[in-house]
Design a protein around this ligand. Structure first.
Ligand SMILES: [Zn+2]
Length: 269
């Protein structure tokens, strides 16, 4: 396994180009079982970003002190103030959800929060521009079966969602999300595989040979409900067979912005 840690990569530079090989994990919703996922990530030397809302009517939420515990070792990103679907609400309310959510996380952690995740993966151009205006550097979506270094950090997709669905559901979801690249990849690279553990193996192989980002997204409460802790550990263990660099989502978004800044520097005559 490549043992470079994120601490050793504090200033991403030009030579870390798009054909580098990264592994990152997203854990959404801030359930207290995320602490169990954090232990497993630590056991296998992995990095990840935990997207935690300020409040969540749908299920149990960890306390601010548990958030800080996660933040000591991993990245904490914002998932809105109330974990609500932003595209359904008036412009002033979505702005409050995004900006107050950022303030909530930053007050709880005592430092800047740069990564955002759209609740339910729902976004449009208005929401995207509000996320940028609030000062985030990236926003993660629910577009699956992607493994290339993203072109747009505010439409950041993942390789695999850790839950198993029939192939037709995956295809339908990709089309509804206008994720045509992911739909194509699902039918080719991922061979329309239904089991998420096997899907992620394909992502690891692809990134290992061609470069890019193998990105697994999960809900700890869902892993628990599906009794898949052993499967999650098997997948984390399998990652060690590949020479991929473990990073947080935020590391990759900083890298994206640094590369853009370098590209915009005029070449001396
Ligand atoms: Zn969520």
């Amino acid at each position: 396994m490549n043992n470079r840690t994120e601490e050793q990569q504090d200033s991403p530079t030009e030579e870390r180009c798009t054909n580098e090989k990264y592994i990152t994990i997203s854990v959404d919703d801030g359930h207290p079982l995320d602490l169990r996922t954090a232990e497993l990530l630590d056991k296998y030397g992995l990095k990840g970003t935990f997207y935690i809302p300020g409040l969540n009517d749908e299920r149990t939420l960890m306390t601010p002190s548990q958030m800080r515990e996660i933040d000591r070792q991993f990245e904490v990103g914002s998932h809105c103030l109330n974990h609500v679907r932003l595209t359904w609400m008036p412009v002033e309310r979505s702005w409050r959800e995004i900006s107050d959510g950022k303030k909530f996380s930053e007050d709880a952690l005592g430092h800047e929060v740069i990564s955002f995740c759209y609740p339910g993966g729902k976004f449009n151009e208005r929401i995207e521009s509000q996320v940028k205006k609030a000062g985030f550097l990236s926003a993660r979506t629910c577009r699956y079966f992607l493994y290339d270094f993203p072109e747009d950090p505010f439409r950041w997709g993942v390789s695999v969602y850790a839950n198993t669905y029939p192939s037709y559901v995956q295809v339908r979801h990709a089309l509804m999300e206008r994720n045509f690249q992911g739909c194509y990849n699902y039918l080719t690279t991922f061979r329309a595989q239904t089991r998420w553990g096997a899907q992620f193996q394909y992502a690891l192989e692809k990134v290992s040979s061609k470069g890019g980002v193998a990105h697994l997204y999960l809900h700890s409460w869902e892993i628990d409900e599906n009794r898949e802790w052993d499967e999650l550990e098997r997948v984390f263990k399998a990652i060690r067979q590949y020479s991929l660099t473990p990073v947080t989502n935020g590391y990759l978004s900083r890298l994206w912005h640094e590369k853009q800044a370098l590209l915009s520097v005029p070449i001396p005559a």
